[in-house]
Ligand binder design. Structure first.
Ligand SMILES: Cc1ncc(COP(=O)(O)O)c(C=O)c1O
Length: 283
């Protein structure tokens, strides 16, 4: 298995509220309280892949967090101008509740801040997509919170601590996170799917914890269109252990088959290969 090649950590090009620059007010609630949302999007041939799904995630997130909506037309035009000259790349859009006075209570006058950054397309070893990855079960758990579950909000300390659990010297490419009851929630930066022995494509319910990624939604939709039986429910470690195939996904990595979770070993099977084809077809 090849070693991790860290994607280039360049700072990229930034725009704050549509203006080029990388300076944000220190009183912005995104910084003060993690009071905001984000989406990370793939650019392909000058276009944003699954753009509508990402915009829907942001709109739903704003509604759930009572962050004033930013007109979709404005977001779309800023995203499109950042993407149009690029053959391949990554766009990260952060929406915060904006700047405010000291104290948690949001001001009724707050206006969302838009922080958009563009980054080079990361280069992962191709073996990870082709031959699969090794995964660890993290000691850091994902806390339950119905109000936040599913959202890609800015409070990501659980994922930060989980990724601190392994180092460059370990042959680990992703960590799976459980809740306090031992149910699988997702990867530190990915959603997880298991192809179970009775022919069901299962992914954890995100009612209590987790991030409802765009690629998870796309894969579920394609699976349902293809007449596959899908299941969104609590997923136990015992089920994971006995799964025929496991894969993780997000908008940037696409789909990585999982070939080992600790000592449990898996093959890269035809279901995972089929999902990779769907994912490479997305636009
Ligand atoms: C914790 C976590 N889970 C899952 C995902 C996958 O989301 P998406 O499919 O929208 O890229 C992300 C992406 O940032 C994430 O941070």
């Amino acid at each position: 298995m090849s070693r991790a090649v860290n994607p280039p950590q360049e700072t990229g090009t930034c725009w704050v509220n549509g203006v080029a620059g990388a300076v944000v007010d220190v009183f912005d609630r995104g910084l003060q309280y993690g009071d905001g949302l984000f989406e990370v999007m793939a650019i392909k041939d000058g276009r944003i892949v699954l753009e509508d799904y990402h915009l829907q995630n942001l709109a739903e997130g704003c509604e759930r967090l009572f962050i004033p909506q930013v007109p979709v037309k404005l977001l779309r035009s800023e995203l499109q101008s950042a993407a149009e000259s690029q053959a391949r790349g990554v766009l990260k859009l952060i929406l915060t509740r904006g700047s405010g006075d000291r104290g948690y209570r949001p001001s009724p006058h707050a206006r969302a801040t838009r922080i958009l950054s563009r980054h080079a397309w990361p280069t992962y070893p191709p073996g990870w997509e082709e031959r699969g990855i090794h995964v660890r079960i993290c000691d850091t758990h994902w806390g339950h919170n119905r109000r936040l579950a599913g959202l890609k909000h800015l409070n990501r300390l659980e994922q930060v601590l989980a990724q601190c659990e392994w180092g460059e010297q370990d042959n680990i490419q992703e960590g799976l996170m459980l809740d306090d009851e031992g149910s699988v929630i997702g990867g530190t930066m990915t959603n997880v799917f298991a192809w179970l022995s009775h022919g069901v494509l299962a992914t954890p319910s995100l009612r209590l914890a987790g991030v409802a990624g765009v690629l998870r939604r796309y894969i579920l939709e394609r699976a349902e269109q293809a007449g596959m039986q899908t299941r969104i429910a609590s997923l136990s470690l015992a089920e994971l252990m006995q799964a025929r195939e496991i894969f993780v996904c997000n908008s940037i990595i696409g789909v990585w088959p999982v070939v080992a979770i600790g000592h449990w070993k898996y093959a890269v099977g035809s279901v995972t290969r089929g999902v990779q084809i769907w994912v490479n077809e997305r636009s």
